[in-house]
Write a protein that binds this ligand. Structure first.
Ligand SMILES: [Zn+2]
Length: 288
């Protein structure tokens, strides 16, 4: 599990004191610069470049107390971070912020130039990775938190092959879905479960979507739509995902447990969870 990284610097008390003061000043300057850029954006709707921000920030006491080289570098970090934010914002406003289009366009340029990878493509891929990583962290967090609050001790997960192959939700959604690294998701979920002492069990989910969880009949055509499972043999009508989940559970916990769940009437339609990532968060997050 990846937590934060700490670097220990061995130094005497005097150096330590100086470093503490310097890092605090730098942090203050970062936040002050961020605040200035933010306010400028709120008031004028425009990006405040480094050269202009400099004149507004240079009288700040934090700026004056730091060596000018260090202060300027700190301000440039804000500039860099905000720069990428405004870049995306502008592209969105123009309506041409479409990763797939942008990627395809870049690729055709690279092909003409006879190169495989360029700086801009690397940047795009890095961004994409960050978005996915962030989404996965939030999703895993949601699941684990839910389990902790309801005192759930076991998570049983299918191999998630089917989701990738069987889904057909229109061109755009397929574009967005096919590249989701489920391996990464499972890895994250597993390590977080280990951290909190929740049992993480992976199960081969072959035929789980075709099998009836009530009578055990396997029939391809029973799955009518994505969403509803109708068994022709015993007449069982159930949400398809719940049916699949019960079959997966059966493989681990055995027939009797599933019988009990079916008998209890607790098999309701699942609630779809949406995890939303907001880019505006970037604007309101100062450094600690
Ligand atoms: Zn059946």
């Amino acid at each position: 599990m990846y937590l934060t990284q700490k670097n220990h610097i061995r130094c005497n008390k005097k150096t330590y004191k100086i470093l503490r003061i310097l890092t605090r000043l730098s942090k203050n300057l970062y936040n002050f610069t961020l605040y200035t850029v933010k306010q400028y954006y709120f008031n004028n709707g425009k990006y405040l470049p480094y050269e202009q921000a400099y004149h507004l920030v240079k009288h700040n006491e934090n700026y004056q107390l730091l060596p000018s080289q260090v202060a300027q570098q700190t301000m440039k970090i804000v500039d860099r971070n905000m720069g990428s934010f405004f870049h995306v914002l502008n592209e969105r406003k123009k309506g041409n912020y479409n990763r797939h289009k942008e990627k395809a366009k870049l690729q055709s340029i690279y092909d003409k130039q006879g190169i495989k990878m360029g700086k801009k493509m690397a940047w795009l891929l890095r961004k994409r990775k960050n978005v996915i990583n962030n989404f996965m962290n939030q999703a895993v967090n949601y699941i684990v938190k839910y389990c902790l609050s309801k005192r759930i001790g076991n998570i049983i997960i299918g191999e998630l092959k089917e989701i990738k192959n069987g889904m057909n939700m229109g061109k755009i959604n397929n574009q967005n879905f096919q590249y989701i690294p489920y391996g990464l998701f499972k890895q994250k979920l597993k390590s977080k479960c280990e951290y909190y002492g929740i049992n993480y069990i992976e199960v081969d989910e072959a035929y789980t979507s075709q099998t009836c969880s009530v009578c055990g009949d396997i029939n391809r055509n029973n799955r009518k739509h994505r969403g509803l499972y109708v068994c022709k043999k015993c007449g069982n009508v159930m949400n398809a995902d719940v049916n699949g989940a019960l079959n997966i559970l059966k493989k681990v916990a055995g027939e009797s447990v599933v019988r009990r769940i079916l008998g209890s009437g607790l098999v309701n339609r699942p609630v779809r969870i949406r995890v939303v990532i907001s880019t505006t968060k970037l604007l309101t997050k100062p450094r600690p």
